[in-house]
Design a protein around this ligand. Structure first.
Ligand SMILES: Nc1nc2c(ncn2[C@@H]2O[C@H](COP(=O)(O)OP(=O)(O)OP(=O)(O)O)[C@@H](O)[C@H]2O)c(=O)[nH]1
Length: 114
């Protein structure tokens, strides 16, 4: 269950850590969807500053590419630290309201799994 007091990114990272360190999942490759990229873009256009919500973001440039790579690096780090068997982490930046792009990504993901 989501903790209403916790920053959503921290909450997601914690959940992801539990997934990565779960004994049942230690021998599988994982696919990570960093979703709602459209909402991030909208918020950035309204002037949102990431450092106000994530203090560790510090002086990084407040542009979309830097921000998603910053988040991605955190998830990669969690995966690396909880990945004894050298499993692969596939990451996709998604906006599932874009059904065409999502269909394409799901298709690619299914092909990779098969
Ligand atoms: N704009 C936008 N809305 C989305 C996206 N993904 C989900 N939503 C919407 O967000 C709401 C919550 O959807 P859920 O499927 O519960 O997604 P979730 O990731 O569990 O969302 P949270 O409860 O916000 O953590 C719904 O109204 C969805 O339509 C997205 O990529 N872009």
């Amino acid at each position: 269950k989501e903790d209403p007091w916790m920053n959503r990114i921290d909450d997601s990272l914690q959940l992801f850590m539990q997934i990565c360190s779960n004994a049942l999942l230690k021998n599988v490759h994982l696919v990570l969807f960093l979703n709602k990229t459209d909402l991030l873009k909208v918020k950035l256009n309204t002037g949102l500053k990431v450092w106000k919500y994530i203090t560790s973001f510090g002086d990084w440039s407040n542009d979309y590419e830097t921000i998603v790579q910053y988040f991605h690096a955190h998830f990669l780090q969690v995966h690396r630290r909880n990945n004894e068997n050298c499993q692969v982490l596939y990451t996709h930046f998604t906006s599932v309201v874009d059904t065409k792009a999502t269909q394409h990504i799901i298709g690619n993901t299914r092909d990779s799994i098969l």
